[in-house]
Design a protein around this ligand. Structure first.
Ligand code: ASP
Length: 426
């Protein structure tokens, strides 16, 4: 399936090391060098700018192709009708709640307050936010090619979703185009992987510049970002998901949490919800008693389109960056972030680091400076561990609720005392 963004270089100290370790090293070295050089460290900033430009290059084609493919991969949804609809509504609804929690936490704890960074990102400075109603009316592009050329993300999302649905409705006749988009999406994932190889150097350059200019005090807010994302993730799973399981599903939330343990551990360590899928399916069947039919349809769909943890993280990081750069966000910006993140989650690959690229999309939509992206990139792996775990817990929760509503949860398995028993699965 989709390629992992993790470096798989040749053996050797540096080239054999996994990407996230290199990024952390880049960040630490950047802070040290910046602390020593002081404001002179600005000469290292172009390395970071190079990385940011490379990410900007990816946004439009990556979002467009992966959204078309995200929708066409749901073609089974149509076949499955009612079940698919329930799953998609639950997936997107819980994602919107997740990002709202992220925005709420980011506002409450304000991890970026008092940093006072300045941006040289002219696109961000030039931002003049149109009223929300105008943005909503504009979401339909009069000319989709213009939308692609201008990088109007909401218009691009709208057109991609429309094209994906249309190609699905075409059935066999649409398949050649679907294959082209699948191949292009694969190509874009590969290109993303290549661009991400620049991340350790880009993060180094930007962290040196930031630490040189603002001192090492910048690290404290980053630790706060980590804490806020983790607390938000815990609230989402322990309050919101368990609440839905208890109230909507009328099932024991404790059993749901116990059933999560295995896939959550795999997700936390691999940071890939697609990679965790076998463990997720196994646990949904054997621990939660969800039928084979429901789990093998709802869970792969979830690994592709459901990204609650990623959305929550995007809410916190967007606010952190806005606070750090002193950008005031209007209510309409908050709504835009919720909308963009929720729709973008359909096109986010369940692989390590994908959420970071999608964060650039959210930043672009509300006109926030991209330099912020490289700063949070330094702590991305740590954040990815939490958000991937939530993504997987969300998939399990939705499969359970959909299964329950279809009478396809074996409650004898769900409620049994020991999770160790060898039970026949449906
Ligand atoms: N790593 C996440 C996942 O696989 C996606 C992300 O980067 O947010 O679910």
């Amino acid at each position: 399936m989709q390629q992992t963004l993790v470096d798989q270089g040749r053996p050797g100290f540096w080239s054999g090391m996994s990407l996230w370790k290199k990024i952390i090293i880049g960040m630490v070295l950047g802070v040290i060098v910046g602390a020593f050089m002081g404001p002179d460290a600005e000469i290292l900033k172009p390395i970071g700018t190079l990385f940011i430009n490379a990410i900007k290059m990816l946004i439009v084609p990556l979002v467009f192709c992966s959204l078309v493919v995200g929708v066409t991969s749901m073609q089974d949804t149509r076949k499955m009708g009612r079940i698919g609809l329930k799953a998609v509504v639950l997936y997107l609804g819980t994602t919107a709640v997740a990002i709202s929690i992220g925005l709420g936490m980011g506002t409450l704890f304000a991890p970026g307050e008092g940093i006072n960074m300045v941006t040289t990102d002219t696109a961000a400075i030039a931002k003049d936010a149109p009223p929300l109603i105008q943005t909503l009316l504009n979401i339909i592009p009069k000319n989709p090619i213009n939308a692609l050329a201008a990088g109007n993300i909401l218009q691009i999302i709208f057109f991609a979703l429309g094209l994906g649905i249309a190609l699905t409705l075409c059935g066999e006749k649409g398949q050649p185009a679907v294959k082209v988009f699948e191949a292009l999406a694969e190509g874009m994932y590969k290109l993303t992987e290549l661009v991400m190889k620049l991340a350790p150097y880009g993060v180094f350059g930007l962290m040196a510049w930031v630490a040189g200019k603002y001192g090492v005090d910048i690290l404290m807010p980053l630790i706060q970002v980590i804490a806020v994302v983790y607390i938000g993730c815990l609230i989402h799973v322990l309050v919101f998901y368990t609440g839905l399981v208890a109230v909507v599903g009328r099932l024991s939330p404790v059993r749901y949490l116990k059933g999560l343990l295995n896939p959550a551990a795999v997700a936390f360590t691999t940071t890939s919800s697609s990679g965790t899928l076998p463990a997720t399916i196994k646990a949904a069947r054997e621990e939660l008693g969800v039928s084979k039919g429901i789990s093998s349809f709802v869970l792969p769909l979830g690994a592709t389109i459901n990204m609650d943890g990623t959305a929550l993280y995007q809410g916190v990081c967007a606010l952190f960056i806005a606070q750090a750069f002193g950008v005031d966000l209007a209510m309409s910006d908050y709504l835009l972030i919720i909308m963009t993140s929720t729709l973008a989650s359909i096109g986010t690959a369940g692989v390590p680091g994908a959420g970071l690229i999608m964060l650039s999309l959210v930043l672009t939509t509300v006109g926030l400076p991209m330099e912020g992206l490289a700063i949070v990139a330094g702590i991305d792996r740590i954040l990815d561990m939490a958000r991937t775990t939530v993504n997987v817990c969300g998939d399990m929760m939705v499969s359970l609720l959909v299964g329950k509503s279809e009478n396809e949860v074996d409650e004898a398995i769900y409620n049994r005392e020991s999770a160790e028993g060898e039970l026949e699965t449906a």
